[in-house]
Design a protein around this ligand. Structure first.
Ligand code: SAH
Length: 344
């Protein structure tokens, strides 16, 4: 079966030409798909014969809502989707003043092994397709009736470990005939795959790159983020500087504050010294408790922030949304996996 929804408009145009159809069919179908059509049967401006032909040759597989949780605190919505092959992924819809934002997944599971992250327990099952990434935006918007204006690639998975798919996804949601979400409204978060960051820089996209730093020294970072063992903090910052020079875009550094691990004054000072001379912004995240992990939230978030600011580094503390609905990375998928195991 052809994955027609992962095609961009130019590819779809070629596809329809090969079927002996006029070029404008591609635009019609593209628009239907990017408005969240669930079947070709709905596409009433196509002939019945063409609709049937497409049904027989192309797969759409819209995701099913396996579970939906709405926060009573702030209206954050968490979707657990069941994909065509039975795997589950998560999407979180957050309601900010600057617009509704979806946090989407890029893989089923993750192979990066970060010690504090629920998504990596159980490893990576597979990459998502461009269509499966886009469906998370389309169907959260349709289900919630909330127009989505911003996308963050911060859900389950490492986006730069699924590089080609992510680039195609960006092209799709950026399309004027589709969701038309501008690059400046998109953030991509990575654990710091330097070769891929260099590759991304070549495209000079206007998106915001977030680097999950979480520790300024190799000993700590390698302990909590295995990816650091081959890269190292110095190389990572050198890569971030190259990225800034090439794209002109400031990087945002994610720093989840973990009790007694990365929250000391000397680590704040080391972080500040790495950032001197490189425009960047630090986002301090109160650690979300993961049931399977012994790591606990830090009690020094405010002190750490102050110490960075005293050294001229801008640091904000991320507001916690959806605290009552397992809204952080991979938690709901883990819960569902535990329940499924218990029922076996
Ligand atoms: N793989 C990418 C994107 C997914 S994780 C990355 O590493 O950036 C999105 C963000 O949530 C990352 O900054 C990640 O380190 C952070 N995160 C994961 N588990 C967390 C937890 N328990 N508490 C706080 N932040 C967490």
């Amino acid at each position: 079966m052809t994955d027609i929804k992962s095609m961009d408009l130019a590819e779809m145009t070629v596809f329809f030409q090969q079927l002996g159809e006029p070029a404008f069919r591609a635009k019609q179908v593209f628009q239907w798909l990017h408005r969240g059509a669930r079947s070709f049967g709905e596409m009433t401006n196509l002939s019945k014969a063409l609709r049937e032909k497409l049904t027989q040759t192309c797969s759409l597989c819209p995701p099913q809502v396996e579970r939906k949780q709405v926060s009573t605190l702030d209206g954050t919505i968490k979707y657990l989707w069941r994909l065509g092959d039975g795997n589950c992924i998560e999407t979180v819809l957050m309601r900010y003043h600057h617009g509704n934002t979806v946090c989407i997944s890029s893989q089923v599971g993750c192979r990066m092994g970060c010690a504090f992250c629920a998504s990596t327990l159980g490893g990576k099952v597979r990459d998502l397709t461009p269509a499966e990434m886009m469906d998370q935006v389309l169907f959260s918007q349709l289900d919630s009736s909330l127009p989505i204006s911003n996308i963050v690639l911060m859900g389950i998975g490492e986006p730069l470990d699924n590089f080609d798919t992510v680039l195609r996804f960006l092209r799709l949601v950026n399309s004027p005939d589709g969701l038309n979400i501008g690059m400046r409204h998109i953030s991509l978060s990575t654990c710091g795959l330097t070769e891929k960051i260099d590759k991304l820089a070549e495209y000079q996209l206007q998106l915001t790159l977030s680097v999950s730093l979480h520790a300024p020294d190799d000993e700590t970072r390698s302990r909590i983020m295995p990816v650091n063992r081959s890269v190292g903090v110095e190389n990572l910052f050198a890569c971030c500087r190259r990225y800034f020079e090439k794209t002109g875009r400031r990087i945002s550094y994610e720093y989840a504050m973990i009790d007694g691990v990365n929250d000391t004054d000397w680590q704040a000072d080391l972080l500040a010294s790495h950032l001197k001379g490189t425009p960047g912004h630090v986002n301090l995240i109160p650690l979300n408790d993961v049931a399977e992990s012994p790591l606990k939230p830090s009690r020094r978030v405010a002190a750490f922030q102050k110490r960075l600011e005293q050294q001229g580094i801008t640091a904000t503390v991320r507001r916690k949304l959806g605290g009552d609905i397992d809204a952080s990375c991979g938690q709901l998928r883990r819960k569902r996996m535990r329940e499924e195991q218990a029922n076996m």
